[in-house]
Ligand binder design. Structure first.
Ligand SMILES: Nc1nc2c(c(=O)[nH]1)N[C@H]1C(S)=C(S)[C@@H](COP(=O)(O)O)O[C@H]1N2
Ligand SMILES: [Mo]
Length: 250
């Protein structure tokens, strides 16, 4: 299970003890990548993204999750390859228990009012990137536009990697610090960071921030997402969920 990914939420029933040395995992990652490099060297054609995707697809240990994704980020994908989408072929569908289902293009989303938030990114495994700007459309705006029915209680998110899912309660989804993000670090979100559109759930661990977002479905109950099926909390408040509580949250 979850080959091609790593380190991430990981072993929910037996979380790594506090202070598990990162050094050990980085060392294993380095060894693994040395071997992987033999058949997955980056080329001009596939670039770094292709390289990361190719390595992730061939990595049974999932240690490629430890690859730096630039600026302190780690590259995560539970799918071995993810199609590239742009303004021409990107679509975001809002459906489920709503009066007005709608499909947005990237330009539709860009035309809506944008909100910019600057907070710390915190992965449940411990790495953290302070003061990261995200910008996009408030999720609550898209929900209001769709007309959420009174029977609704939750929101399910799907991704065009075909695999990852996430979920929030409706109350959480209506918070003003949850964005359908188009920009990260004051740039359009690149493919590796889940572009052109990813969810950004500012108050929760970064696994809630589904990359390559393609669907928002309003439902009558929470359907646990990818990592949540494996034991991680739907309520992934930084510092208060069953991820790690010993990480800085400020
Ligand atoms: N579609 C998708 N979204 C995802 C993931 C994933 O594997 N697939 N991993 C999550 C986890 S665990 C983290 S820490 C962040 C990593 O985002 P980054 O690759 O931009 O650093 O994406 C989250 N969203
Ligand atoms: Mo993560």
């Amino acid at each position: 299970m979850n080959s091609g990914h790593s380190g991430e939420p990981g072993e929910p029933t037996a979380p790594a003890p506090r202070g598990t040395p990162v050094g050990r995992r980085v060392l294993l990652g380095t060894i693994g990548l040395g071997a992987l490099g033999v058949f997955a060297a980056p080329t001009l054609q596939n670039g770094l993204e292709g390289f990361l995707g190719a390595v992730a697809g061939k990595d049974p240990t999932g240690l490629t999750g430890l690859l730096p994704n630039g600026g302190g980020f780690r590259y995560y994908s539970v799918a071995s390859s993810v199609p590239h989408k742009n303004a021409t072929n990107y679509r975001l569908t809002v459906d489920g228990l709503v009066d007005r289902p709608k499909t947005y293009t990237l330009d539709d989303l860009r035309a809506l009012p944008q909100t910019r938030l600057v907070k710390d990114v915190q992965c449940v495994t411990g790495w953290r990137v302070p003061g990261t700007p995200f910008e996009g459309v408030r999720l609550s705006r898209l929900l209001d536009a769709a007309g959420v029915r009174s029977s609704a209680a939750a929101v399910r998110f799907t991704c065009f990697d075909g695999t990852y899912t996430e979920s929030l309660t409706l109350d959480q989804a209506r918070r003003s610090d949850i964005l359908v993000a188009l920009r990260m670090q004051d740039k359009d979100i690149g493919h590796d960071h889940g572009g052109p559109v990813r969810l950004y759930v500012a108050p929760m661990y970064f696994y809630k921030s589904a990359k390559w977002l393609s669907g928002i479905t309003v439902t009558d109950k929470v359907e646990p997402g990818y990592w949540e099926h494996l034991g991680y909390d739907v309520d992934a408040w930084v510092g208060h969920s069953n991820g790690r509580s010993d990480v800085p949250t400020s």
